[in-house]
Design a protein around this ligand. Sequence first.
Ligand code: HEC
Length: 102
Amino acid sequence: MKKISLPLLTLATALAVVLSISSLAHAQDAQATYKSKCAMCHGVDGKKIAAHDLSSADVQKKSDADLAAIIAEGMPPRMPEFGDKLKPEEIKGLVAYIRTLK
Ligand code: HEC
């Protein structure tokens, strides 16, 4: 029993480490995408457009799907659409990043 469980445990630990590193890498990717594509309008902290403060309760109460749709399709008149510039995973990452601003 011990002979099997030790390698399994090692494998599970290794997998957990790899997964946590990759989710950390994704979070950093999303932050870099936000900084290069969004921060010039919304500010690094999301507060620069006061009426559409990304850290505000008004924006945070929207669902992930709503936020993803706004990012993909834009919001008239000034918010550009990013559906053709960003992959769905990147948009998902940006939604997760917006959640960190609250
Ligand atoms: C050219 C400036 C500009 C850029 C670039 C931009 N936005 Fe916006 N965004 C706006 C404006 C302005 C609004 C509010 C709608 C309007 O007045 O046009 C808005 C609205 C939003 C909203 C909805 C806020 C609400 O009140 O419901 C979200 C979410 C959002 N932007 C996220 C993003 C993300 C994520 C990016 C980067 C991929 C981004 N925006 C890039 C200007 C911009």
